[in-house]
Structures are given as structure tokens and as C-alpha cells.
Write a protein that binds this ligand. Sequence first.
Ligand SMILES: NC(=O)c1ccc[n+]([C@@H]2O[C@H](COP(=O)([O-])OP(=O)(O)OC[C@H]3O[C@@H](n4cnc5c(N)ncnc54)[C@H](O)[C@@H]3O)[C@@H](O)[C@H]2O)c1
Length: 159
Amino acid sequence: MFSIFSSSFLIGMIIDKDMKILITGGCGFIGSNIAIFLKNKINNLTIHSLDNLSRNSSKINLNRLKKQKIKNFNLNISNKSKINSLIKYDFIIDCCAEAAVEASKLESERVFFTNLVGTFNILEKAKKDKSKIIFLSTSRVYSIKRILSKAKDINKKKI
Ligand SMILES: NC(=O)c1ccc[n+]([C@@H]2O[C@H](COP(=O)([O-])OP(=O)(O)OC[C@H]3O[C@@H](n4cnc5c(N)ncnc54)[C@H](O)[C@@H]3O)[C@@H](O)[C@H]2O)c1
């Protein structure tokens, strides 16, 4: 939760009022929290979400977005022509992904189209429209050894 709060806070510092923002994966865990944080923090922002609601929890988050009057486009991020037909955004925050490593073994094709083709489509859209972009990487890039040693430090402090 700290990382969501701190990343939302940092994003809030570089986003101006009157901007048009697209949050891909906007009905996901991180995307929905960033969307709602920004909506409440900065007046006059237009925030749109792009999410195909493939996670069960996304439907719950969709209701949270609706309450804040944040529109969701129910599109698959791998659909290049649909992505390109969206309006021009000042900022794209790319939170759309299949984050589960197990899924890449069981449904490789879907994960390939979401994580690789989808990211490519969003980068192309940002390039075409000269939008600024923030891409959320995976936590798996951090060294497991470093994470474990941090966890040990934290546990020692608790004792
Ligand atoms: N959750 C964490 O603690 C954490 C930490 C570090 C990095 N990240 C990264 O941040 C990103 C988002 O993570 P999250 O936890 O919010 O994931 P999430 O699964 O909650 O959200 C992803 C959203 O993307 C949507 N989606 C999936 N495939 C789609 C497709 N083909 N087209 C359109 N929408 C699609 C899903 O419906 C879901 O709402 C991932 O890249 C993840 O690796 C997450």
C-alpha cells in the first residue's frame, strides 16, 4: 500500500490540472487507486481507464471508478486499431498487465498479447500523440536476494 501511495503522490506532482489522462489497466489494483487518487487530488482532470475487465476484481473496481465519474473503455489492449481510435492524451499511465507469472506458463498466447503486444501498442500510441508515459514494470525485476535481506532486517527490528 505504501508503494501505491508514494507512486500516486509522485505522479500527482507531475500531472497538471486540465490534462487528459489515460490509465490502462485502470480497473486493476494499482490503476484504480491511481485513478481515484488523481481524480480527488487535482481538479479538472479528464481521466479515462482502458480495461477489458479480465480480472474478477476489476468489476468491483469499475464500480469504484463509476462513482468518481471515471469512464472505462472496455477494450483489449492488444487491439491496435481500437487503441489508436482513442482521443489524444497528455499522459498515459500504463498499468495494464497480466502480472501472474504462472499465467505465462498456462496461457502463453494471452500473456504475450497483453504484456508484449499491448505495451508496444501503447508506446506507439504515445509516440504518435506525443503523450508522456509512465510504464509500470514488474516487482519481479528486483533481486530476490535483496528483497529477502530487507525482509530479514524488518523482522529483526520487530523483535
Ligand atoms: N500489485 C503490486 O504490488 C505491484 C508491484 C509492482 C509492480 N506491479 C506491476 O503493476 C502492473 C499492474 O499490477 P496490478 O497489481 O494493478 O495488476 P491487476 O491484475 O490488478 O491489474 C491489471 C488490469 O489489467 C487488465 N487487463 C489485463 N489484460 C488486459 C488486456 N488484454 N486488455 C485490457 N486490460 C487488461 C485487468 O482486467 C486488470 O484490471 C503490473 O505490471 C504489475 O507487474 C504491481
